[in-house]
Design a protein around this ligand. Structure first.
Ligand code: PEP
Length: 249
């Protein structure tokens, strides 16, 4: 069985007090019923306090982003080694909000992915189509392009230490979830793209679904053959909801 992962992306939400409360609720709620790996992704400034509170627990820490260079004159950016300093295990790259709002292109995403690996971080590579692209029948073309750009930068072997998240842009933060079958079809496509270069690796690659995952729809999504967990936005800010998703995984 492939490793299962539930990742909570807190985006730019919360105050220090609210985040401390959330972390304590999650720590109390993680029990033997949660067998998937669980990771949380706070805003950068809260990484130190969350790292301290998670030390010695089963909950992993991740970052929402990193810069593509090791160090230097990059005002406002954070490097992979800085994330390692705070015990980050994962880092999200290529989230659609960064692709669309911050103009991050495939090339930069590929360089960030490679940089994350160079620091021993596990990149969670987000891929996914917009509504217009889906309606134009271009979902597979878009996902193949996004994956291909990273494969060109990092090579297929790099995916041994990475996770892919299929996140249809039209389902993120909209309350509109891809049906389990729609999600499964793209997950299977991602696995085929990887299998074309390394069939053994494709069998063990963890592929997450993201896009309005909630406690009420998680079970049906996780029942699909190629869905190995979730990247959760909104619902990860509510401890009971997030813990229910973790149990479903
Ligand atoms: C996300 O931002 O990665 C995400 C999936 O958000 P939401 O769960 O809120 O749709």
């Amino acid at each position: 069985m492939r490793p299962r992962l539930v990742a909570g992306n807190w985006k730019m939400h919360g105050t220090r007090a609210a985040i401390e409360t959330l972390v304590e609720e999650l720590k109390r709620g993680i029990d033997a019923g949660v067998r998937a790996e669980v990771a949380v992704f706070p805003p950068y400034v809260y990484l130190p306090c969350v790292a301290e509170r998670l030390a010695g627990t089963a909950i992993a820490l991740g970052a929402q982003n990193l810069w593509s260079e090791e160090s230097g004159a990059y005002t406002g950016e954070v490097s992979g080694s800085m994330l390692r300093d705070y015990n980050c295990r994962h880092v999200i790259v290529g989230h659609s909000e960064r692709r669309t709002l911050m103009g991050e292109g495939d090339d930069l995403v590929g360089r960030k992915f490679a940089r994350a690996l160079a620091h021993g971080l596990i990149p969670i590579l987000c891929v996914g189509e917009t509504l217009a692209e889906r309606q134009a029948g271009r979902t597979e073309q878009v996902v193949a392009r996004q994956l291909g750009a990273v494969l060109d930068h990092a090579g297929i072997a790099a995916f041994r230490a990475a996770v892919v998240a299929y996140e249809p842009v039209w389902a993120i933060g909209t309350g509109r979830t891809a049906s389990p079958e729609e999600a499964q079809a793209v997950h299977a496509f991602v696995r085929r793209c990887i299998a074309a270069r390394d069939p053994e690796l494709a069998k063990v690659l963890t592929i997450l679904y993201g896009g309005s995952v909630k406690a009420s729809n998680a079970g049906a999504l996780f029942a699909m053959a190629d869905i190995d967990g979730a990247l959760v936005g909104g619902a990860s800010l509510v401890s009971d909801e997030f813990l229910a998703i973790c149990r479903a995984a």
